[in-house]
Design a protein around this ligand. Structure first.
Ligand SMILES: Cc1cc2nc3c(=O)[nH]c(=O)nc-3n(C[C@H](O)[C@H](O)[C@H](O)COP(=O)(O)OP(=O)(O)OC[C@H]3O[C@@H](n4cnc5c(N)ncnc54)[C@H](O)[C@@H]3O)c2cc1C
Length: 441
């Protein structure tokens, strides 16, 4: 290790885990370089409506943190950026970061939103999981931090057909720059935290649940967007095919989880709780609505979690059916769900208005690439492996490199935050040792 280590940390991923770790370290007086692939911070939590078991508004918990991260004097934030290379060792890592061209000069952009208003091109929004549309120049959400747009050349009329330039014509400060190139930055840090989060296993991998081809069969994050006050339907539950209010919804838990033969063998841990939450929230919006929840077991091991699932059953009249769904298909304007109730040993057939699937959690594809770059092991599913899951859950085989949040496996928000604070504490332990040793020399 170098004799003169740098007490500065690189955090990769600005979901709730990366933000928590960054704020813990920055508020203890050390510098943080925070790199986020998307145009703004917040990760998956920014897509959630309310959180179990308290039904607090996710955005209300998140916004003070995103704002603090965006303005913190000791956090250097690179959004729309990825780490391209890391060399060096604990105390002295050299990091190359590439920021993608946004075609907007963020130094002068005021975030007024006129470019988005005037852009004539509309495409399905990834953030809204296809439930809503965005413009070709866009921010992920109205609460985006930083509140600066990026231009998507694959859908921009000017980039595709050579004319339009509405965003440039109407931008009051001249911030649009169609010639902008990617920028490359070099940073030196003494430690690294990986907080790269999770994805959902794609519906396309599961033909038994319609394979992503049956209208009105959506995944659980898409349903969060329908429930969200800031979502495409302003929190009104409307089915995607015709905008009608669904009166019967079937929820399918363990879709792709606990299925070693066909899909993933592990339990995704959070689906029992968020499905109960979604059933409760749906009933708050559609009072006469009926929900059916297919489950294998109910795993509600957390403080007030069991009581919450009881509430879904008793107060909000969710009908829980223990068993697996064998087939989901369209008949007329209904979605047919065939399954087995293993408690009564009967076949079940439900003609639903909509189906919400809770797919397995999987690591993001870029996590494996980062692991290779840093010579870190992953398990057979691609989750990052700690040094020892019992005694060293945030350390890795590589000294100076730590893990935070769901890049290591499924976790809910409280566990993610605790894990991230654990990683931050390990980094702070290292930095204070370096400071002490430096002052003794
Ligand atoms: C439908 C649904 C509902 C849920 N509801 C609840 C709930 O009510 N209560 C609860 O406690 N939990 C809930 N959860 C779980 C919650 O979403 C997670 O616990 C939490 O969001 C995990 O945060 P994270 O920071 O680990 O990951 P993420 O939110 O995934 O953040 C990771 C970040 O890293 C970035 N990133 C990834 N790779 C790179 C890279 N190579 N370079 C730079 N950046 C990168 C990503 O863009 C992302 O911003 C729910 C989950 C789902 C699917």
């Amino acid at each position: 290790m170098t004799n003169n280590p740098t007490p500065r940390v690189l955090v990769i991923g600005a979901g709730i885990a990366g933000m928590q770790a960054s704020l813990d370290i920055a508020n203890a007086g050390f510098e943080v370089v925070l790199v986020e692939k998307l145009p703004s911070v917040g990760g998956r939590m920014a897509q959630l409506s309310e959180t179990f078991p308290t039904l607090d508004c996710a955005q209300c918990i998140l916004t003070p943190r995103t704002v603090e991260v965006g303005h913190h004097e000791r956090i250097r934030l690179y959004t729309y950026s990825e780490v391209e290379a890391v060399t060096g060792d604990i105390g002295d890592f050299h990091v190359r970061i590439r920021r993608r061209a946004a075609y907007v000069n963020w130094d002068i952009c005021t975030g007024c939103g006129v470019c988005q208003e005037k852009c004539p091109s509309r495409v399905p929004s990834e953030f809204e999981r296809g439930m809503g549309r965005r413009k070709s120049i866009f921010t992920l959400s109205p609460q985006a931090v930083p509140n600066k747009p990026v231009l998507d050349p694959a859908h921009c009329i000017y980039f595709q057909r050579g004319k339009c330039k509405a965003c440039q014509r109407f931008c009051p400060v001249g911030a649009i720059n169609y010639e902008q190139q990617d920028s490359v930055f070099e940073e030196r840090v003494g430690a690294i935290i990986l907080a790269t989060g999770y994805d959902l296993y794609s519906l396309e991998n599961m033909p038994e649940y319609g394979g992503g081809k049956v209208p009105d069969v959506i995944d659980s994050l898409a349903f969060e967007r329908l429930l969200s006050a800031s979502g495409p339907t302003a929190g009104k539950v409307k089915r995607p095919s015709d905008g009608k209010t669904p009166h019967e919804i079937v929820f399918i838990q363990c879709a792709g989880s606990r299925e070693p033969e066909r899909h993933k063998p592990y339990c995704s841990k959070i689906c029992c709780m968020y499905t109960a939450k979604q059933a409760v929230l749906y009933r708050h919006r559609v009072h006469e609505g009926q929900t059916y929840i297919f489950y294998i077991d109910i795993r509600a091991a957390g403080k007030r979690y069991e009581e919450f699932t009881q509430r879904a059953m008793e107060d909000d009249r969710a009908i829980y059916l223990r068993g697996k769904v064998s087939r989901v298909f369209r008949r007329g304007d209904k979605v047919m769900v065939w399954g087995a109730d293993t408690l009564t040993n009967k076949q079940v057939q439900i003609a639903a208005d909509m189906v919400v699937v809770a797919p397995a959690l999987v690591p993001r594809p870029t996590t494996r690439r980062l692991a290779e770059m840093l010579s870190l092991p992953t398990d057979q599913h691609g989750w990052l492996l700690p040094l020892d899951s019992n005694t060293h859950p945030v350390e890795t085989v590589r000294k100076g490199v730590f893990l935070a949040g769901t890049g290591t496996g499924p976790m809910d928000i409280p566990e993610t935050v605790a894990h991230a604070s654990g990683a931050a504490a390990q980094v702070l332990k290292l930095f204070s040792r370096w400071r002490r040793e430096g002052s003794e020399q």
